[in-house]
Design a protein around this ligand. Sequence first.
Ligand code: NDP
Ligand code: 2IT
Length: 450
Amino acid sequence: MANVTEKKLNDFMAKVIAKNPSEIEFHQAVHEVVSSLLPYIEEHPQYSEAKILERMVEPERTILFRVPWLDDKGEVQINKGFRIEMNSAIGPYKGGLRFHPTVNLGILKFLAFEQVLKNSLTTLPMGGGKGGTDFDPKGKSDNEVMRFCQSFMSELFRHIGPNTDVPAGDIGVGGREIGFLFGQYKRLRNEFTGVLTGKGIEWGGSLIRPEATGYGATYFAEEMLKTRGQSFKGKIVAISGSGNVAQYATEKVTQLGGKVVTLSDSSGYIYDPNGIDAVKLAWIMQLKNVKRGRIAEYVAKFGGSFVEGERPWGVKCDVAMPCATQNEINEDEAKLLIKNGCFVVSEGANMPSTPEAVDVYINSKILYGPGKAANAGGVATSGLEMSQNSLRLSWTREEVDARLHQIMVDIHNTCVKYGTQPDGFINYVNGANIGGFVKVADAMLAQGLV
Ligand code: NDP
Ligand code: 2IT
């Protein structure tokens, strides 16, 4: 980066940090995006004159609220509720809800900021938002989760709507939580409408939405592999997490001929050198989605090993798919992956690689698909759910999957268009950041100073 651009980046970040103190994940996400965008913006001064970047890092609206609820013992509990309505230039705010004890404003602002660019990349008309709470669904009964969701929606309902803001799932929010949230919204508004995505198939949901993020991250990796004349056939794949995204990434990788050898949760990872096939995966889905157990239990059933307190990045693999949480691959782990032969990283999670790890990937010229491109299949299929709700029609599994697949191919093409360097290397980070930015920025210019 030229010296003058470097200075602009530092000045820009100094202001962001001063205005948003201690929101470190937000600073991290903004720094990465602005590093990609500044050289592009220097060649397109209309964006800097209108202060588009300065506007994009300030949420259009931030909603903070109290969520009181009663636990099973009858004791009063209080949690924080958040919704960040980041940018509505190209469509209603759209993005998931995270229920996890670590949730705070900085984490949700990083997620909302990434979501704006991700949603633009999908080609669908969706703005960006994110929300959630520090409530921990782990160890809670179904009734406690329901009471919490009802209380959460009793405030959130006044801020959202099918043409205003459409939340969905993220960590800790799956079909069960979306059901409770939808039920309470419908009751308060007396309106059956597509206000949330990830709904059950009998009540307005879309086929393939549960699968979409994991499938999409795999389709994206497949496109990256094709640029080197390769496929998933025979590839060893390390996946982290064992929730929604990890489960369906495992399913699709296996269908495409790859062998998934690891999964994890916050307690540690399992390693199964024989591969986690469809039968083992069905058992894991029951364990995680119904019994809500721990991944360590896999070993007693199928063998392999469980490594407590560690992440799976020291295992020999060709492809790594982080599908758990932010900053789950650091610089040393990135180096270890590459040393062991890994040459593809496709991010199912949001910002799972630290900035130092990303530098390692880029300097080693491996195929690195950042989250906002690689995991956009989830929100893209949410967009398809919104389309079906508006049409009052449901598409078949094959139709939704074909649209998802095409969207991932299109996102890959956008990254190639904006990210190919003079030496032919595809910098997917620059490609995704610039490709996602242009549409939002042009819409903001067209809509005046709002
Ligand atoms: P789930 O809640 O279904 O699963 C999360 C998984 O990650 C669990 O195995 C969980 O383990 C693990 N995990 C969560 N937090 C941590 C942590 N701090 N340290 C270690 N492990 C952790 O969530 P999803 O699968 O939906 O989401 C996974 C990632 O994918 C997130 O980054 C999310 O933002 C991203 N994403 C999700 C989309 C979706 O459609 N759901 C779309 C796009 C991105 P444990 O059970 O022990 O907590
Ligand atoms: O990070 C994400 O893209 C999601 N959690 C999915 C959001 C959505 O609206 O489907």
